[in-house]
Design a protein around this ligand. Structure first.
Ligand code: AMP
Length: 308
């Protein structure tokens, strides 16, 4: 596995690979890798000759009072996991090289970045879109893979790729969960035991929402109320948002129809946690789906947080 630390080296290597006619796929990450990230690596392989991963804790997507400094970092561990998973090229740049010191240009996807997580994290999705654009330019992947854990991010990047004509095929990986149902996240490392057990309310409330929709409930307000009531049984947890929105443009829905993202964001102590389900709601049938409405089987839960 090659590990390239500068844009220049990475770009030269990618040019060489493309000139030999190879198809490249990319899994962008911020490191502190877990089984969720590694599931994306597996999804990146079919139809591609070289699977690349990037590890970059992107300062542009952290607000001034957010956890940039304490965000977990484990480059050696990450490289071991990526190699074992079959990644051939890792791009792990320093912030100074990746961003320069005098950037004036950013990528802003209007509206989609202002709701849900974007409402409390101004500039976050601009930071995401800017860095993903730069990664696409440096690494020139034919395919890029994103997780549905960050469904808003996937929807926004799909829109960016379409609006700016990036020649990249996007793939989406289902949420990978721990045995107890908690969606794997690098930030779970911040949770103490009590917080972690309260964090299970996210998945439980979404499972209850799914059950209601399967029983025929279509009123978004009713679904949102049920989720909120369940979340509020936790005494440490502060609900940031609960929303039923369209997977096309993240617009709030009154009635659940088509491809629906049911998303929650909470604050638990100092930690911000998100989770979601996506349902393809047809007349009588309700199925777990990706943001395109393609049916997905929810991933079997994995053994532990650190399991790769
Ligand atoms: P991050 O390192 O948090 O920026 O995440 C990198 C990629 O991994 C993003 O596309 C995330 O959506 C995805 N990801 C993170 N956690 C999970 C998970 N539990 N299941 C599936 N994908 C995930």
């Amino acid at each position: 596995m090659q590990v390239l630390r500068t844009k220049q080296e990475a770009h030269a290597e990618v040019e060489r690979l493309r000139r030999s006619g190879l198809r490249l796929s990319l899994v962008p990450t911020m490191g502190a890798l877990h089984a969720g990230h590694l599931s994306l690596v597996r999804l990146a392989a079919p139809g591609c000759d070289v699977v690349m991963a990037s590890i970059f804790v992107n300062p542009l997507q952290f607000g001034p009072s957010e956890d940039l400094e304490r965000y977990p970092r484990d480059l050696d561990g990450d490289l071991r996991k990526l190699e074992a998973a079959g990644v051939q090229l890792v791009f792990a740049p320093q912030a100074q090289d990746m961003l320069g010191s005098d950037g004036l240009t950013s990528v802003q996807v209007e509206r989609l970045g202002d709701v849900l997580c974007g409402a409390r994290r101004p500039g976050h999705f601009r930071g995401v879109a800017t860095i993903v654009s730069k990664l696409f330019h440096v690494l020139q992947p034919h395919v890029a893979v994103f997780g549905l854990k960050d469904a808003q991010q996937a929807i926004l990047l799909r829109r960016m790729v379409r609006d700016l004509d990036f020649p990249v095929e996007l793939r989406y990986g289902p949420i990978v969960r721990a045995v107890d149902g908690l969606a794997l996240s690098s930030r779970n490392a911040y949770l103490d035991e009590a917080e972690r057990s309260e964090a299970l309310l996210l998945q439980r409330s979404l499972a209850e929402a799914r059950r209601l929709v399967q029983q025929g409930e279509r009123r978004a307000a009713e679904i949102e109320r049920t989720i909120r009531d369940l979340l509020q049984t936790g005494d440490m947890l502060h609900v940031d948002y609960v929303a039923c929105v369209d997977t096309l443009d993240l617009q709030p829905l009154q009635e659940l129809r088509g491809n629906v993202l049911i998303a929650v964001g909470v604050q638990l102590g100092d930690t911000h946690l998100i989770d979601n389900i996506i349902l393809a709601v047809r007349h009588e049938s309700v199925q777990d789906a990706d943001i395109e409405g393609r049916p997905i089987t929810t991933k079997p839960n994995v053994g532990s947080e650190s399991q790769g």
